[in-house]
Design a protein around this ligand. Structure first.
Ligand code: BJW
Ligand code: ZN
Length: 248
């Protein structure tokens, strides 16, 4: 693929790069996306599985779904897209990763500055006393476990519809977006708010915003560039160009 000169110029002079990622970046690791082709929500109702009310209506079903996804995540590895993002750190002063994903794959790929807007599937907490737990404690629980300390219900540490994002995280994310020189928007349908405001906030502040997605999205037209294809193929190509222009 020939990368447009405008992108190469921006990458040559940039100091701060932001990656804003969604489920699509993990698709090539075998982690299901929510929407789009083959997305989870084509088969299941989001409000039943990813909301507090859905959890309270049928806690064991929701728990089972998370236990299943934990298994998928444990048995997979970061793909060339995650690894390319981690390698960008060699070439720029600041690399920020703001992810909507809960799968830990950016961390496992070696990225350092990660903001997880929607939590992390590899953590749990007690709904009564607030104590945090890893996943190992409840690895074989097929039903919602009870807190060993207080008997309260244990839930995954993720953000469901109608719940606030972790304290202050969205404000920090917007600041990082506004500071970025180039912002890559990777593998997200950009329909879930407030996360979906981030590319727009970056663009308004003068960042050069580049989308990488299998298909066009509602925001494609308002960004600087939009590449259609697999992030696990396109990101390594951009990294190869970065190596050339930043090492010489
Ligand atoms: C590839 C690829 C490859 C595939 N390469 N690309 C009405 C209007 C506006 C807003 C609202 C409204 N009603 C309610 C709201 C607010 C609501 C919201 O945004 N709803 C809209 C959906 C309508 N938001 C919230 O509730 C948020 N909280 C909030 O607003 O708090 C304030 C508040 C408090 C109290 C009351 C009301 C408001 C919280 C949102 C939490 C989202 N949670 C989830 C689940 C997390 C846990 C879990 O993982 O189980 O987060 S939902 C799900 O969607 C998950 C994702 O992080 C999120 C975004 O999805 P993402 O990452 O974009 O994935 P997909 O699947 O949508 O897209 C994948 C893309 O990849 C596709 O485009 C593919 O083409 C592409 N792709 N393969 C490149 N190889
Ligand atoms: Zn407890």
């Amino acid at each position: 693929m020939n990368l447009p000169n405008i992108l190469l110029d921006k990458l040559k002079s940039a100091n701060r790069i932001l990656f804003f990622t969604g489920a699509g970046i993990s698709a090539e690791s075998g982690v299901d996306t929510f929407r789009g082709k083959g997305g989870l929500w084509n088969k299941m109702k989001p409000e039943e599985l990813a909301s507090f009310d859905g959890f309270m209506r049928n806690p064991n079903l929701v728990w089972e779904w998370y236990q299943y996804r934990r298994k998928v995540v444990r048995n997979t590895t970061p793909n060339p897209g995650h690894r390319a993002i981690a390698e960008f750190e060699k070439y720029f002063d600041t690399i920020d990763v703001i992810t909507q994903n809960v799968d830990n794959l950016h961390r496992r790929a070696g990225s350092k500055n990660i903001l997880e807007l929607h939590g992390n599937i590899e953590r749990n907490y007690c709904m009564e006393c607030g104590k945090y737990y890893g996943v190992e404690e409840f690895l074989n629980s097929e039903e919602v476990p009870k807190c060993p300390e207080c008997g309260g219900m244990i839930r995954p540490d993720v953000v469901w519809f109608g719940e606030n994002l972790p304290d202050g995280i969205y404000e920090t994310a917007v600041q990082r977006a506004q500071f970025s020189d180039v912002c890559f928007v990777v593998g997200t349908s950009a329909v879930v708010y407030p996360a979906a405001y981030i590319p727009t906030r970056a663009k308004e502040a003068g960042s050069f915003v580049v989308e990488i997605n299998l298909e066009g999205t509602d925001i494609s037209g308002s960004l600087d560039l939009s590449f259609q294809g697999k992030s696990g193929e396109i990101l390594p190509e951009i990294l190869a160009a970065v190596k050339e222009i930043r090492e010489n």
